[in-house]
Design a protein. Structure first.
Length: 222
C-alpha cells in the first residue's frame, strides 16, 4: 500500500510544478485599464510608446539598472553628465498607478557610452523615455518606450519628420539579434503589433503622423 501511494505522489508532482511556472502576459494594452499608448507631452498632445519590452523578457532587464545596461548594449546611454533639461513626461499604463513620470530618459551615444550622449544633446539623434507597467491591476513588468529621433539643439530638439516611426525602426534594428555590454549578453527578437497606436497625426505632438505600429521586443539574457 505504501509503495503504491509513493508512486502516485511522485507522478502528480510534475503536473503541479508546471502550473506554478506558467508565465504572465507580456504586456497589457494600457487602454484596457483607462490608460493610453500616448504619453502626455504637457501641451494637450501625446507622443507614442512605440516599443514595448515584453514582460516575458529576462527579469534582469525589467528594472531601471537593467534597462540602462541593455540600452548601452544597443547604442544608448544616460544623459550627458546626468543632466536633464526640460520637464519629464508622464504616462498612464492602465495598471492602476494612474499617470506616472518617466523612469529614465536615454539617448543615442554615438559609440561612446561614457560621454557620447553629450554629442546627441548637441547634434540630435535617437532617444527614448522608459515607463514600467507594474501597477496592481496589470503587473506585467513590461517596459514601454517612447522612442523618437530629434533635431539638434539649435532646433530646440524638435522631432524630425516621421521621427517617431524612424526612431522606433532605428532602435529595433540596433536591438534585434545578439548584443552585449558590461559582461552581459542579450538575445532580442521583435514582433510588430498594430491596433495599439493610432494611425495619423490626430492628437500627436508636433503634428507628426504615426504608422500605427508598436514593436514588441523579447530580450533574453544569455
Amino acid at each position: 500500500m505504501f509503495s503504491k501511494l509513493a508512486v502516485f505522489v511522485l507522478a502528480v508532482v510534475p503536473v503541479a510544478l508546471t502550473a506554478v511556472t506558467r508565465q504572465a502576459p507580456g504586456f497589457v494594452n494600457p487602454a484596457n485599464g483607462g490608460g493610453s499608448m500616448l504619453i502626455d507631452a504637457g501641451n494637450g498632445l501625446g507622443e507614442p510608446m512605440n516599443v514595448i519590452i515584453s514582460g516575458q523578457s529576462s527579469n534582469q532587464i525589467l528594472n531601471e539598472d537593467g534597462i540602462i545596461n541593455y540600452a548601452r548594449a544597443i547604442g544608448f546611454s544616460t544623459e550627458c553628465f546626468g543632466i536633464h533639461l526640460g520637464n519629464p513626461f508622464s504616462a498612464n499604463l492602465g495598471d492602476g498607478h494612474g499617470p506616472v513620470n518617466q523612469t529614465v530618459e536615454l539617448r543615442q551615444d554615438y559609440g561612446d557610452a561614457g560621454v557620447g550622449t553629450c554629442l546627441e544633446s548637441l547634434i540630435g539623434g535617437n532617444h527614448f523615455r522608459v515607463y514600467f507597467q507594474n501597477g496592481p491591476s496589470a503587473d506585467t513588468g513590461a517596459a514601454f518606450l517612447a522612442v523618437s529621433k530629434e533635431k539638434p539643439a539649435t532646433d530646440n530638439h524638435d522631432i524630425v519628420t516621421d521621427g517617431y516611426d524612424i526612431g522606433r525602426d532605428e532602435l529595433v534594428a540596433a536591438a534585434v539579434g545578439t548584443t552585449s555590454f558590461g559582461g552581459i549578453t542579450y538575445s532580442t527578437s521583435a514582433q510588430n503589433v498594430s491596433g495599439l497606436l493610432p494611425v495619423g497625426s490626430n492628437g500627436v505632438n508636433h503634428g507628426i503622423a504615426l504608422d500605427g505600429i508598436a514593436t514588441v521586443l523579447t530580450v533574453i539574457v544569455q
